[in-house]
Structure formats: structure tokens, C-alpha cells
Ligand binder design. Sequence first.
Ligand SMILES: [Zn+2]
Length: 168
Amino acid sequence: MEIFYILDASAFINGFQLDFGNNFTVPEITSEIKDFESRLKFDAALNENKLTILDVADEYIKSVEKIISKSGDVLRLSVPDKKLISLAYMMFDEGKNVKVISDDYTIQNTLKIIGIPYSGIITEGIKGVYNWKKVCEGCKKEYDEDYPFDDCEICGSKIFKKRIKVNK
Ligand SMILES: [Zn+2]
């Protein structure tokens, strides 16, 4: 089954190879590709008909917002990010075999929640849904993300931030 690739700005910036004509993005991504080399690649892909810019119907954006409303990621997503995810959701809904190419952790995390396949170019793609925790270097006591101090209240050791996988 043919794979339809949905490309984030990072796909162009980090050098994703566009081989066939099955690559898609949203109009808003265009403004996020600013450096000269990525811009050339982007324009060439358009001229060679390897890339199609598609807009997304509002109903799909609303559906995505609804699905991710319980996740903190909804606040971190930019308008282009949200539209890109909605495009993937729309094509996925049409029964197409889609894969989003993005190195953005917030996008990847959101896709994970929705259940749409993705791949990073630089990052390998996170394998679970993650949250941050603060952990003491000394006694390993765990603190909530909003614990305001750099030192452990029990042993006085340094506290570091750690990504933890949560089961959903
Ligand atoms: Zn401690």
C-alpha cells in the first residue's frame, strides 16, 4: 500500500529525501522554511510535482483539538503544527496509509495520542507518551515538574529533569 508522507518544516530543514509524488504539506508550513537551502529544496519539490500543498477543512482541525484537549501538548502546538496534524488526520480518515515526517517532539507526542504513524529524521521518533519529572541525583526522590527548587529537600543533592514514559 502506498505511503502518503505528510511533511513538517523540519522535514525540509533536516533533509528528508522526496523521491516520488506522494508528499504533502499545509500552506502554513511554507512560512516556517526560511533558510536558503531548505527553501530551494522546497521550491524544487513543488516544481517537480513531488510535493502537494493541501488545505484542511475546519471540521478536521476541530476533531483534532477535541482529541488532544486533555493533553498539555495542545497549548504548545503552533497553528501550522495543528494544521499539519489535522491534514494527517484527514487523510488517515480517508483510509490512506499516512506517515508524518517531523522532528518536533510535541507533534510526535500528539500523533502518538491520536494513533497516526510518524517518523523523525534526526530524532528516531519517540516510542511512548512522555512527561517530565524532577529527580534527585542523591536519594532519587521524585518531584513534580513544578517543584520550584534546584536542591532536594531531603538530602540537599541536585535535582535533574527526566523524561518519563507514561502509559496511556
Ligand atoms: Zn535527595
